[in-house]
Design a protein around this ligand. Structure first.
Ligand SMILES: Cc1cc2nc3c(=O)[nH]c(=O)nc-3n(C[C@H](O)[C@H](O)[C@H](O)COP(=O)(O)O)c2cc1C
Length: 211
């Protein structure tokens, strides 16, 4: 039994990387982490050349990731919300899975899926919802989703977390207490940490029952 963990973040201490890894560690199963930002994966060209053999004609790193997922039993995919959608690096990957589903082959069908999104909008959870949607459209079995508000960034001063203006969170109208909770570059929300552990445990139980 093996799982693949993917983060679509370009940040070194990305929450998506940490959460996906926490889930996989807790599962106790063998896993490999893939950092999409370190790879070269372009968006879908819409050429439809994949229709005959379910293979994308673009020569980049997409097929390498696909082959690893096909070999695995589960995929835990995490990515951040950029402007109301999954970030472009993650989006490009999921667009390309169009190539895997012609003539009802669905090469990811039946793989267990866990969607991890970093979304501040609790009602929409756009990144989480998109990852889940793409897993389902690839006929994967989504066993859990997890959403955390992610790394808070300041959009006023342009210096992000280490805002030189001083209190970046004051820009957002947050209190000192909010600041302490938000100012956690390597530690995501406490509730989400518990959720990640529970999801990881469940993933491990499901897969070890199949051995
Ligand atoms: C260019 C950019 C746009 C963003 N837009 C949004 C947004 O519209 N909604 C949101 O909830 N978070 C937004 N964020 C915040 C990220 O989702 C957040 O930092 C998240 O933690 C990123 O995932 P990562 O920690 O895995 O890198 C944005 C961040 C960047 C850099």
């Amino acid at each position: 039994m093996k799982a693949i963990g993917i983060s679509s973040s370009g940040r070194t201490k990305a929450y998506s990387k940490i959460i996906v890894k926490d889930i996989l560690e807790e599962s106790g199963i063998e896993y490999e982490m893939i950092n999409l930002a370190a790879m070269n994966i372009r968006g879908c060209l819409g050429c439809l050349k994949c229709a005959s053999n379910n293979k994308c004609v673009q020569k980049d790193d997409f097929q390498e990731v696909v082959d690893k997922i096909i070999e695995a039993d589960a995929l835990v995919f995490g990515g951040g919300n950029y402007y109301g959608m999954l970030n472009a690096i993650g989006h490009a990957f999921w667009e390309r899975t169009f190539s895997l589903r012609h003539r009802e082959s669905f090469l990811f069908a039946g793989k267990l899926g866990i969607a991890v999104g970093l979304d501040r909008n609790e009602d929409k959870k756009e990144a989480t919802a998109f990852i889940k949607k793409m897993m389902l459209s690839n006929k994967m079995a989504v066993i859990a989703t997890l959403t955390d508000p992610g790394h808070w960034q300041c959009y006023d001063c342009g210096y992000g977390h280490d805002c030189v203006v001083g209190n970046v969170y004051a820009h957002m109208g947050l209190t000192t207490a909010d600041n302490a909770e938000a100012n956690r570059p390597e530690e995501y929300g406490r509730e989400a940490q518990k959720e990640a552990k529970a999801i990881g445990k469940m993933l491990g139980s499901i897969l070890s029952a199949r051995k």
